[in-house]
Design a protein around this ligand. Structure first.
Ligand code: C2E
Ligand code: MG
Ligand code: MG
Ligand code: MG
Length: 288
């Protein structure tokens, strides 16, 4: 099927590949058009203090709300955005929306954002993030930047300098999905992480898989020895919380606490908890 005669002469692609490429191209074109159309939005997943059960912040997770394609998860568009050089602008525009929203939250609540390995190759990344903080008025010490191990692998020196600049501003740095990917314990020494996030694959299966439980416990022990606090992701069942507490994991997130929520859903939740600043402020203003 490699050769195909037609008006365009030869096609070097297998039929399947040709279709794949066309789908890819149309996906890329759709992403490009969707950015100015404001179709990329932040969703938010609750992060909880495992000892008290209190809501302490949210992880921002990107979603594409496409009128044509529906609600699209990040795994379907982040890789394309990375390969086509769109990830930087796309990411900054979603983070901007998230920070403008998070500004209205209770001042104790933090926000975590994911940064792609491709973005960690941008020497201006730290400056761009700091600029967003200045423009949105969101405090640096309530922002956590999550990076994955695989991203450090590519250019450790640049990653070190970016992380250093972010930390100088008071931004927290978390090592995401720990235990998967290009796991290297050396990264824990090379970069001054404020937090380690245990990958959800271990946490969600720790109840019925002894190996997963052992890995969670080993990572928690590592965190304790290094004095780096731990977040457990992928808490799907209440039954693991006691164990995670015992292991000293300070924060947790996962479907047990809630699915990722839209801005409207977060506002509703925070109003219930009396944790929405703008509401308190506008109440104060209107009562003056
Ligand atoms: P992640 O940073 O590890 O994010 C957590 C993912 O786990 C989210 O998937 C979330 O919906 C899912 N999750 C949360 N709790 C549970 C649970 O209890 N069980 C299970 N099975 N899954 C759970 P999502 O939103 O599809 O995000 C996937 C990945 O996409 C993220 O993994 C993150 O690496 C990446 N991502 C998301 N938003 C962005 C972004 O704005 N920029 C970049 N560069 N990457 C992003
Ligand atoms: Mg993450
Ligand atoms: Mg993660
Ligand atoms: Mg993950």
């Amino acid at each position: 099927a490699a050769k195909k005669n037609g008006r365009n002469g030869f096609s070097w692609f297998e039929n399947g590949m040709e279709i794949e490429l066309r789908t890819r191209n149309s996906l890329e074109a759709d992403i490009r058009a969707a950015i100015p159309n404001d179709e990329f939005v932040p969703y938010f997943e609750q992060q909880v203090d495992l000892a008290t059960g209190e809501l302490v912040g949210f992880e921002m997770l990107a979603r594409w709300v496409s009128p044509v394609r529906g609600l699209i998860p990040p795994d379907d568009f982040i890789p394309v955005a990375e390969e086509t050089g769109m990830i930087g602008d796309l990411s900054m525009s979603i983070i901007r929306k998230a920070l403008l929203e998070a500004k209205n939250w209770d001042q104790r609540l933090t926000i975590s954002v994911n940064i792609s390995p491709v973005q960690l190759k941008d020497p201006w990344l730290a400056q761009k993030i700091v600029k967003l903080l200045v423009e949105t008025g969101f405090p640096a010490n309530r922002l956590e930047v999550e990076i994955t191990e695989s991203s450090l692998f590519k250019n450790l020196n640049l990653a070190q300098s970016i992380v250093g600049s972010l930390k100088n501003q008071g931004i927290q740095i978390a090592l995401d999905d720990f235990g998967t990917g290009y796991s290297s314990l050396a990264h824990l020494r090379a970069l001054p992480f404020d937090r380690i996030k245990i990958d959800r694959s271990f946490v969600s299966s720790m109840d019925d898989n002894a190996e997963s439980a052992a890995i969670v416990s080993a990572i928690a022990g590592l965190g304790a020895s290094l004095a780096v606090p731990i977040t457990a992701e992928g808490i799907e069942d209440e039954s693991v919380i006691a164990k995670l507490n015992e292991l000293g994991c300070s924060k947790g997130q996962g479907w047990h606490f809630g699915q990722p929520m839209s801005i409207e859903q977060v506002r509703k939740l925070l109003i219930e908890k009396d944790m929405l600043q703008s509401r308190k402020q506008s109440y104060k203003k209107s009562s003056v």
